[in-house]
Design a protein around this ligand. Structure first.
Ligand SMILES: [Ca+2]
Length: 129
């Protein structure tokens, strides 16, 4: 049960929670987090984590999460949209999706390949009355 993926998962939570000061701008001033729910195995199995960044910032998955992700959901789509990248620093091939339960289908090219993501806050929802 306690495999390498789960070990590295817990160590990376702290790293991601420290991402980071937002640049100036109307959306950023609202401090809305752009989050994606990511799992190490397909069909949202295995270790799953919610990764958050500020609007339009590239986040590298880094050690342990690099080339690790097998399923993706962006819970607040379409308010939030995310693009996932083959390499760190949001470079290489890109995959724009808000839901993909298995990156292993088709030719499986995207499985265990994603290294970074950039998410955008597309609009701000009004406060609940
Ligand atoms: Ca990669």
């Amino acid at each position: 049960m306690f495999n390498l993926k789960s070990l590295v998962a817990f160590s990376a939570i702290a790293v991601f929670s420290s991402v980071s000061a937002a640049p100036a701008g109307a959306l950023e001033d609202r401090q809305v987090q752009a989050c994606a729910y990511l799992c190490g195995d397909h069909f949202f199995q295995g270790t799953c984590l919610t990764f958050c960044t500020q609007h339009d910032q590239c986040a590298n998955f880094g050690t342990g999460f690099n080339d690790w992700i097998s399923s993706i959901r962006v819970p607040n789509a379409p308010q939030i949209s995310c693009v996932f990248y083959e390499h760190a620093s949001c470079t290489g091939a890109s995959l724009a999706t808000d839901y993909d339960e298995t990156l292993h289908d088709g030719n499986g090219w995207w499985a265990d390949r994603i290294s970074s993501m950039r998410c955008r806050v597309n609009y701000i929802l009004p406060p609940k009355a």
